[in-house]
Design a binder for this molecule. Structure first.
Ligand SMILES: [Zn+2]
Length: 321
């Protein structure tokens, strides 16, 4: 370090503690301000609902490549100033890497070119930086495109923020350990999806979120159950609970969201956040599951696979009012 260079302030590791910072939304300059406002609203409401885990940075890309590169520069200046990454390696990673920020701009450019709706968003770390770091392509519904309702985008941002809640409860900075503690794909993604579907619906109904018409929750969950049944009948002898991230991951989201609906009905809607997550860091996935639900994940899957065969009208009874 050159003499006279500022010394990075000592940081206390406050991972997993609630924070007073509001989530930060950083949008590419080609986006309409309204899009950024709507994303911010959802994050504030989600943080108020599930706890404000932060600091949270939510970077939103548009279709314009120049604007995307400018925003990547803003990000990389920040990473460099915080000594998390040098500016040049940050720029390289985010413009070249398949998962870099520019790949989200590429999704938007493809939407414009093809006229096909598409959205990609992810929580991409960063335990090492002590922040929840999200990148999203343009929330096309918030931009008024393709007649996608705001409600669909509200649900998507809730889903992403739930990943911050999950990660806030895991302390390790080792990637594989974190991955183990997160649990199987159906559990992680199904949890985010079920919580997002139900909480965003309730908070839209209460007026906390901007109003938007969408198919009722029961109808959305009916489509989801139809996918699960179709997959199960097309893949006899295979359990969706074994599906991992990859080409078939969507079915794990659908299956997991209903499995979480089942758990919430049987053990109460607060068991996940009040019993399961507070213990997962110490007990691991299986241990925390057993502790919160009094059954193993294998037992749940055996019971739940029977539930999937029930008539839809009976299944819909377990959804929150
Ligand atoms: Zn997810």
């Amino acid at each position: 370090m050159a003499s006279g260079a500022p010394v990075a302030p000592a940081r206390t590791d406050v991972w997993g503690q609630l924070t007073g910072y509001t989530p930060e939304v950083l949008c590419a300059s080609d986006l309409d301000d309204r899009v950024c406002e709507l994303v911010t609203e959802v994050l504030l409401v989600a943080a108020a609902e599930w706890g404000n885990y932060g600091p949270t940075e939510y970077w939103v890309m548009g279709a314009d490549e120049g604007a995307a590169i400018d925003l990547i520069g803003v990000n990389c200046d920040r990473r460099d100033a915080a000594r998390q990454q040098s500016r040049s390696s940050c720029m390289d990673r985010n413009t070249a890497d398949d998962y870099g920020m520019l790949s989200y701009q590429a999704v938007d450019a493809e939407v414009v070119a093809s006229g096909q709706a598409s959205l990609d968003a992810g929580r991409n770390g960063m335990r090492d930086w002590n922040i929840h770091y999200f990148t999203s392509s343009l929330p096309i519904g918030f931009a008024g495109m393709f007649n996608i309702p705001f409600a669909n985008e509200q649900k998507a941002v809730f889903h992403e923020y739930f990943h911050a809640v999950q990660h806030a409860h895991i302390q390790s900075d080792n990637f594989d350990e974190r991955d183990d503690l997160l649990g199987p794909t159906w559990f992680v993604e199904g949890g985010a999806e079920f919580m997002a579907q139900t909480a965003s619906q309730r908070l839209r109904d209460s007026g906390a979120l901007t109003a938007s018409d969408w198919n009722p929750l029961a109808e959305r969950m009916t489509w989801t159950m139809e996918e699960v049944r179709y997959w199960m009948s097309s893949n006899p002898g295979t359990s969706v609970s074994q599906i991992q991230y990859g080409p078939d991951q969507g079915i794990a989201y659908s299956y997991g969201s209903w499995a979480h609906a089942w758990l919430a009905d049987r053990f109460g809607p607060d068991a996940l956040l009040e019993s399961y997550y507070p213990r997962v860091n110490d007990l691991g996935f299986e241990g925390a599951f057993q502790n919160a639900y009094g059954m193993s994940a294998t037992e749940l899957i055996a019971e739940f696979d029977q539930f999937v065969l029930l008539p839809i009208q009976e299944q819909l009874q377990i959804l929150p009012g």
